[in-house]
Design a protein around this ligand. Structure first.
Ligand SMILES: [Zn+2]
Length: 67
């Protein structure tokens, strides 16, 4: 691992943190807009995984500490 490799890794990490700062959330995926629908589709409850927000914080967002 030479100096150039370290530079590339640091650069990629910087780009990743920049995208996380701009887009700190991703879709939950386990629900639709924070709602989990019953099989009939008429009833719903807040999703437990995302707390009903429909969004999950990305891994890097915890490092930055933004909300
Ligand atoms: Zn969810």
């Amino acid at each position: 691992m030479n100096a150039n490799t370290i530079l590339v890794v640091v650069g990629l990490a910087g780009v990743y943190l920049l995208t996380v700062a701009m887009w700190p959330y991703r879709a939950c995926g386990g629900c639709q807009g924070g709602k989990v629908r019953s099989p009939s589709g008429r009833h719903w409850r807040p999703c437990r995984r995302c707390g009903g927000t429909g969004r999950r914080r990305r891994w890097g967002a915890h490092l930055i500490g933004r909300r």
